[in-house]
Design a protein around this ligand. Structure first.
Ligand SMILES: Nc1ncnc2c1ncn2[C@@H]1O[C@H](COP(=O)(O)OP(=O)(O)OP(=O)(O)O)[C@@H](O)[C@H]1O
Length: 388
């Protein structure tokens, strides 16, 4: 990105509604042709961010740039973007074919080309059989597909997709998702893809921007968000099942770092890493992904330490059981920790057990963890200090 204006982005954008900041100084840039997922829970400001790009929401302050062009003061019609809304507005008295084509006809494309493009797109999205029907004669999911089609047929510079898969059933979602990704990639269009579903976001994104309370928490590749979350909020939001959290104290003995958890000690088997030096003797929160929490009877890793725990929940998924256990440790109060656990229950970890294991809520078990697999967070601010 040599040109400082290139790409499609918001620069220091603030949006105020009813006296509340719904976007707070948001700076977020998608490179040309990038598929950027905007991820966040309900009310985090995702739709507002798209509406600002589309020109449907005024900014309080800041700049909006589309394909290197400052469009902050331009009306929606002059921004060359195509938007799919969560509930798409179809024209009731036009059949699907005309609904898909009217945007192109408005651009004065020749009729034969409009028909050709509509036909191709309908085939790609597998909605050819719906072309003669009117919106009233479609299911919610089918209307959703037509809404997606209406945006995708346009070949704009920038696609704005707001929960495009919301109306579709679970079985159809992965297929349509792949089709959308295929289409926007083959057109080379920059795409903002809004979702509250982290698994969906990770699956399609070049990069993910995680939004919380109107502010950008972290921007990175799916892998960066999973492996190097900037704080407890990001760590808890990204990944299934949610990351497990353990309160601990960082100690240093004979120059070697370790974490104490209750009456157990988890040695790191190395000197205190420089980013942790200021935290020796202080409380931290350890974050452990389910794949790093083991059934100690299944094998013997000499670096692991067994912790006593009580089974809270068992979810059978076919390939394995996802087991939530409570470890005898006090609840965690750090900022952002609420997304990955229930505060009232104390520290919880998740682990994968074999599908045939007989394990029931209330059972006493031990789980094996090791310090070198743990993400380390500040116990007060929730900021990440160290990643495995
Ligand atoms: N017209 C409005 N007037 C006042 N506040 C609004 C208006 N529209 C949205 N908001 C508020 O702005 C915040 C962000 O809303 P937005 O729709 O951008 O969130 P979102 O992340 O897209 O949520 P969802 O996933 O539920 O659609 C919310 O707190 C919402 O209540």
């Amino acid at each position: 990105m040599g040109d400082p204006m290139s790409g499609t982005w918001l620069k220091n954008v603030t949006v105020i509604r009813d006296g509340r900041q719904v976007l707070r100084d948001v700076t977020l840039r998608a490179a040309d042709g990038e598929l950027l997922v905007v991820l966040g829970s309900s009310g985090s400001g995702k739709s507002t961010l798209l509406r600002v790009l589309a020109g449907l929401n005024q900014v309080g302050s800041g700049t909006v740039i589309i394909n290197g062009r400052d469009v902050t003061k331009l009306p929606p019609g002059e921004r060359r973007v195509a938007m799919v809304f969560e509930t798409s507005a179809l024209i009731p008295f036009l059949d699907v074919s005309r609904n898909l084509g009217w945007g192109l006809r408005a651009q004065r494309l020749p009729d034969t080309e409009v028909k050709e493009r509509v036909k191709d797109l309908a085939r790609q999205l597998r909605l050819s059989r719906l072309l003669p029907r009117r919106p009233d004669d479609l299911s919610t999911g089918e209307r959703g597909l037509v809404g997606i089609g209406h945006a995708l047929v346009q070949r704009p510079d920038v696609f704005l997709l707001d929960e495009p898969l919301a109306g579709l059933d679970a079985a159809e979602r992965p297929r349509v998702r792949q089709e959308i990704v295929h289409i926007v990639r083959s057109l080379g269009a920059t795409t903002f893809f809004v979702t509250h579903d982290q698994a969906e976001g990770l699956a399609v994104a070049d990069r993910v921007a995680l939004l919380h309370d109107g502010a950008v928490v972290q921007v990175g590749t799916p892998r960066e968000l999973y492996e190097r979350p900037v704080d407890l909020f990001a760590a808890g939001f990204v990944g299934t099942p949610p990351i497990g959290l353990l309160p601990a104290r960082l100690v240093s003995a004979g120059g070697q770092a370790a974490f104490t958890v209750g009456n157990r000690t988890l040695p790191l088997w190395r000197a205190v890493p420089p980013p942790l030096r200021d935290h020796v003797g202080r409380e931290v929160v350890l974050g452990l992904r389910a794949e790093d929490v083991h059934d100690p009877t299944a094998g013997n890793d000499p670096d692991s330490v067994a912790l006593a725990a009580v089974v809270r929940e068992v979810e059978y998924t076919g390939r394995r059981n996802v087991v939530t256990v409570a470890v005898g440790a006090p609840p965690i109060t750090a900022r952002g920790s609420e997304v990955s656990g229930d505060k009232s229950r104390g520290a919880t970890l998740r682990s994968f057990f074999p599908p045939r294991s007989v394990i029931r809520p209330g059972a006493a078990v031990t789980v094996a963890v090791k310090a070198s697999s743990a993400h380390v967070f500040d116990a007060v601010t929730g900021r990440a200090l160290w990643h495995p």
